[in-house]
Design a protein around this ligand. Sequence first.
Ligand SMILES: Nc1ncnc2c1ncn2[C@@H]1O[C@H](COP(=O)(O)OP(=O)(O)OP(=O)(O)O)[C@@H](O)[C@H]1O
Ligand SMILES: [Mg+2]
Length: 470
Amino acid sequence: MRNECILVVDDSPDIRFTMSEVLKTKGFSVESASDGQEAIEMLENRFFDIVLTDLSMPRKTGMDVLRYVTENSPETICIIITGFGTIQGAVEALKIGAYDYLCKPIKPDEVTILIDKALEVRDLKRENRSLKKELKSRYGFDNIIGTSKPMQEVFRLVEKVADTDSTVLITGESGTGKELIAHSIHYASDRKDGPFIPVNCAAIPEELLESELFGHEKGAFTHAIKTRIGRFELANKGTIFLDEIGEMSPSLQVKLLRVLQERKFERVGGVKTISVDIRVVAATNQDLETAVKEGRFREDLYYRLNVIPIHVPPLRERRSDIPLLAKYFLEKYCKGKRKGVQGISDEAMEILVRYDWPGNVRELENIIERMVILANGDIITKEDLPLQIVEKAGCSPGFLAVSGEAMEFPDEGLSLSQAVSELEKTLILKALERTGGVKNRAAKLLKMNRTTLIEKMKKLGLMPKSKKAA
Ligand SMILES: Nc1ncnc2c1ncn2[C@@H]1O[C@H](COP(=O)(O)OP(=O)(O)OP(=O)(O)O)[C@@H](O)[C@H]1O
Ligand SMILES: [Mg+2]
């Protein structure tokens, strides 16, 4: 038994009967209609995978059925049954969107082969669509987490530049998400159906990088036994992502400059000039301006690359993104593992927010993955965190639970003393909350003595001045 449903539409009872019998023996569930009107009414009520329809019929014709299907049920495959005299009509039907046609008299084998093929094509299309969707969701903005101001600014820039062909230079420390940003530029651009070709300039030995980028002709050097297409050619109509561009040797920098200027190059050992239509996105965790000053990076190349600079800030400069990222990775790693971790305790989260993350988002992702595997209960607590993170987070001097970095500084400025008072109030209330209102212990947490705390609370309006302190 198969899942697909087929609707046979023909005004001839004989054809309806034979077709239905043939298809039923192949395991399809089959229904039939004796004219176009009846078929459309049936299509209004339920989904058919395939409609096999005659063309000339009373009331509504096969063309009407086909038009209804293309407009209202584009997933349904429409196959036309045509008599000798209506071939022209079948050709018209193909133009409107019929999958194929069958000529009367119909041979049972022909019908089943055609239907099998049509379903196979449809399944492939579906699979392709879902793969594309998956790619889009992997690299679309949906999967780049960041509500902090600096990340919102990055997203705004990405959206703005995606649809241009301008060269983009993404800078930022290791693990900040440069490659993710490069992907999203490609997938938000008109080139999204073209290739995205990454090249890690630091990972490929210098002597191989040239042929990797530009390709080589057979016999160009000792081991060049075949002609090889380089990454620039592979990226035609798409985007080439030159990662770790700061590591490129001076001689290759010259060659790269020419491609950026002219979009033209020759394969190693070749004489033919090859033109490509590419968008270049480069990334580096180095300070290229300093590299230019020190003579390690060509100035002209730097300016060619730095048309649109996008700087991805380190995680410690956007701490407000940490809880969201942590939850995102927690979900990601719990999904595949059928583990019962539900969340992260407030205390553990506070430590994650406080820690400086020298390895940025990648380090956070790795730590969360490890904790999902190792956690003892269904909540990740301080005890589950790696000791070095707890220790380092604890000794960040001057850190405030209400991170100063996360605070918005109003355009019109603010009264510092008032802001400090507000912060004092918040922290005192938090300390009291933590100690269940016991001022002695709250004072200890705030590293002050009890009387000073009470004085402060009075001053800040946190307790009636007339009342005796508890
Ligand atoms: N904003 C973000 N939202 C979700 N995941 C992120 C984000 N930023 C980074 N990641 C994840 O962190 C990891 C590191 O990101 P990526 O490889 O893009 O960093 P990078 O800046 O290219 O690092 P490197 O300089 O070391 O190559 C990846 O697994 C990526 O998916
Ligand atoms: Mg990278």
